[in-house]
Design a protein around this ligand. Structure first.
Ligand code: P6P
Length: 333
């Protein structure tokens, strides 16, 4: 098959769908280059003296790994000078990161979880980067947190990189989902899957079952029915996977279907689960919908949620459409 690079894909997409203005194309290529750099650092493992904790906590109160901070810095430095961004926001930073005055401001805003799945870093399990792109509001002055608080339906691009046996970049700009594999010898991203589609039905579910005693009844009912297998109300057997890296679980679902769940539970109802809306749930939900799947917080479509704060958490149900609709319907009863 003729190799199509990320650049060629983006140029052709712009020509065909006029959906990737030059500045957005530059942004995507800069983020992709930063993911290559992160992949290189991650790949060194213990040889790179980048494993272990950094002795600090992030805004979530989570212990930061050295690679969390390094990945965040790589993304900030890569994106500051290009003139395509007005500001950035990251899981690893309390407040937004405006573009320094010495650089021109652009019309896009980038949000990211620089290294998702941190608990897996030191044990060599796949981790990744998640990113989301919004347009800066018309007439915006100095960017504020409020300018970021747009529903996920306003995203103009979203993607993730998985640093695993292969390094892949999965991307949507609103015209389907495509996967690029890093050719490490050439240092280039090569298109390896066009138009990824999630089957509407599945036999695989992903949830951290150690939290089951804290779940609300709709989730307990939904999971118990699957555990009952072919003799139960679903009349089929299900399999379970939980990698504890959202990027890896979502990548599996984009490739072969499944449902990913991180529900709100009774320990901290106000926090509504663990995952963050702006730079985890929204970009993944955009990708999943573009691949024919569905994504809700158990009550409403994820991409319709009006954010109220930059680091707000949300319950997440995403993947095979028929399963997401079923578990969401249980929440309505
Ligand atoms: P738990 C990783 O820390 C993360 O944010 C997601 O990537 C992952 O799906 C989830 O948390 C894992 O959470 O509670 O199973 O460790």
């Amino acid at each position: 098959m003729k190799r199509v690079s990320l650049t060629q894909y983006l140029v052709e997409e712009q020509r065909l769908n006029n959906s990737i203005p030059a500045e957005l194309r530059l942004l995507i290529e800069v983020v992709a280059r930063a993911c290559k750099t992160i992949s290189h650092a991650v790949g060194k493992g213990a040889l790179g003296e980048v494993l272990g904790t950094a002795g600090s906590e992030n805004v979530q109160g989570e212990v930061q790994k050295k690679l969390d901070i390094l990945s965040n810095e790589i993304l900030l430095e890569a994106n500051e000078w290009g003139g395509h961004l007005a500001a950035m926001a990251s899981e690893e930073m309390e407040s937004i990161h405006p573009i320094p005055n010495r650089y021109p401001m652009g019309e896009y805003m980038l949000l990211f979880d620089p290294l998702d799945g941190s608990s897996n870093i030191d044990v060599n399990v796949s981790i990744g980067t998640i990113f989301s792109v919004l347009k800066a509001p018309e007439g915006m002055g100095t960017p504020t947190e409020q300018d970021f608080l747009q529903p996920g339906s306003k995203q103009v691009a979203a993607g993730y990189a998985v640093y695993g046996p292969q390094t892949v970049l999965v991307l949507t700009t609103g015209n389907g989902v495509n996967c690029f594999t890093l050719d490490r010898e050439m240092g280039s991203w090569v298109l390896t899957q066009r138009g990824m589609q999630i089957p509407a039905d599945t036999k695989e579910f992903a949830i951290n079952a150690s939290n089951s005693r804290h779940w609300y009844p709709p989730v307990t009912r939904y999971v118990d029915e699957m555990l009952a297998g072919e003799t139960g109300p679903r009349a089929k057997n299900f399999n379970m996977r939980w990698i504890a890296s959202m990027v890896a679980d979502v990548h599996r679902i984009l490739n072969r279907g499944g449902i990913f769940m991180y529900p709100a539970d009774q320990r901290e109802p106000d926090k509504a689960g663990k995952l963050r809306l702006m730079y985890e749930a929204n970009p993944m939900s955009f990708l999943v919908e573009q691949a024919g799947g569905a994504a809700t917080n158990g009550k409403q479509r994820m991409l319709d949620i009006q954010p109220t704060s930059l680091h707000q958490r949300v319950a997440v149900f995403l993947g095979s459409k028929n399963e997401v609709e079923r578990v969401t319907s249980y929440h309505q009863e």
